[in-house]
Design a binder for this molecule. Structure first.
Ligand SMILES: Cc1ncc(COP(=O)(O)O)c(C=O)c1O
Length: 425
């Protein structure tokens, strides 16, 4: 089978899953690179502003900054961890060109009002669908609602190609511009593909939630020595200079992994939902509100968020007990906990995003988690229930006034907020 065929097949399978034309999908080495190429295709650059939620991954503002444009951060809703139309509106200026909205943990924002505002103001709407593949808004798949969407297929995303990303655009003219950009990308080297094949094999056959902590440590060490393909280069986490050879192509090894994952995607999603039903029952037993899911959404459940008094301490407990716990979003610019001004973020400007990220962790919903591991996680949470805090809920009069100080690495974040701030709409 020729290389090109695998890539074409993968593109067609993505298009079929989303119910769109494969002509409108372009493939990239990572999701962030797709976003950068999209912003460039839109002519966004110096003097322009792009609105992005203050609960994002730092590589998203990086992609904006690399174009010369300015990221402007919008506050998030306490229940959905997504920005509302009002919060976005508050950040619009004459320089705004585009709005990025995120499917946080797999949950869509309330799209219709955001789209109406964007039409009125003639702004381009981009979905950050890194978490969102598989979920939907009013019956329409996440990633098909705005003018464009970028997706990530990195290791711990809704389905994985090891590393990888793709972009969907609605307009045929833009699709043509994106295709031209894709055609210029260098395909991954043989060495990259070889190393990635080994990692994919390990991920499939060795990396089980049971060995999460030791392998996470090993992976971070190896990627700091460039022996495995890590998610971010150190340059992306230390400043805003664009790394050399930032834009990369998507290769046949990744396409084959994607094809395999898409064939079982419905099963993956079904298993995630079973795991979520287990966590829901657990949270009910612990008398804690489950994550809020508005009527308009079908949640993709990439992760199951919860809050703790002290993140650092809780992660230490989890590591000691060998319970896999995720650490997203550890700041409004995950994973950056200091020097936020480097990314043009003003500390204190989005208290809800800052406060929630100082206390948020998540439970994994990976389809290969066994029932035994779920029970161990439940026992662990039950044992340490005093460390947990209720998520803001619609019915509960959620208050965070009694919190202890957030962990010490956070900047001087306001942590005692008016009760009303955390009430959901
Ligand atoms: C919310 C969000 N957006 C964008 C990205 C970037 O995706 P990628 O790693 O494929 O560039 C990530 C994850 O890494 C993410 O969590």
């Amino acid at each position: 089978m020729k290389k090109g065929n695998d890539i074409d097949r993968y593109r067609a399978a993505l298009a079929a899953q989303m119910g769109v034309s494969s002509e409108h999908i372009t493939l990239f080495g990572k999701g962030r690179q797709g976003l950068y190429a999209l912003l460039r295709s839109l002519g966004i650059g110096q003097g322009d502003e792009v609105i992005v939620p203050a609960f994002t991954c730092v590589v998203v503002p990086n992609a904006i900054i690399y174009t010369g444009a300015r990221p402007v951060y919008s506050e998030i809703e306490p229940c959905t961890f997504n920005s509302s139309v009002e919060q976005i509106q508050a950040r619009i200026t004459p320089a705004t060109r585009a709005i990025i909205v995120q499917n946080t943990f797999g949950l869509s924002p309330d799209f219709d009002p955001i789209l109406a505002l964007a039409r009125e103001k003639k702004l381009f709407v981009i979905e950050d669908c890194a978490h969102g593949f598989g979920g939907s808004y009013k019956g329409r798949p996440n990633g098909t609602l705005g003018d464009a969407a970028f997706f990530s297929t990195q290791w711990n995303k809704p389905f994985s190609t090891g590393l990888g990303g793709f972009v969907y655009v609605k307009s045929p003219r833009l699709a043509k511009a994106m295709k031209e950009k894709e055609a210029k990308l260098n395909l991954p080297s043989r060495l990259f593909e070889y190393l990635l094949s080994i990692q994919l094999f390990m991920r499939r056959h060795v990396l089980r939630p049971a060995v999460y902590w030791p392998l996470l440590k090993l992976y971070r060490k190896l990627s700091s020595w460039s022996l495995v393909s890590g998610s971010s280069e150190s340059l992306e986490l230390s400043g805003t200079d664009m790394p050399e050879n930032y834009l990369r192509g998507f290769g046949a090894v990744q396409a084959r992994a994607g094809l395999q994952a898409l064939r079982r995607f419905d099963k993956i999603l079904e298993r995630r939902r079973e795991i979520v039903a287990f966590y829901d029952a657990l949270f009910k037993r612990l008398q804690l509100p489950r994550p809020f899911v508005p009527d308009y959404a079908s949640h993709g459940w990439l992760r199951y968020p919860f809050l703790v008094r002290d993140r650092k301490y809780f992660l230490q407990l989890a590591e000691k007990a060998q319970i896999p716990i995720g650490d997203w979003m550890k700041s409004p610019l995950h994973p950056i906990t200091e020097n936020w001004e480097t990314w043009q973020y003003v500390a204190g400007s989005n208290p809800v995003g800052e406060h929630l990220s100082a206390h948020m962790l998540n439970l994994l919903t990976d389809p290969d988690i066994t029932d035994h591991q779920l029970r161990r996680t439940a026992d662990f949470l039950e044992k340490h229930v005093r460390e947990l805090l209720p998520l803001p809920s619609r019915s509960a009069e959620a208050s965070f006034n009694d919190l202890s100080r957030p962990n010490s690495v956070m900047q001087d974040t306001p942590h005692t907020l008016p009760e009303a701030t955390f009430r959901c709409l």
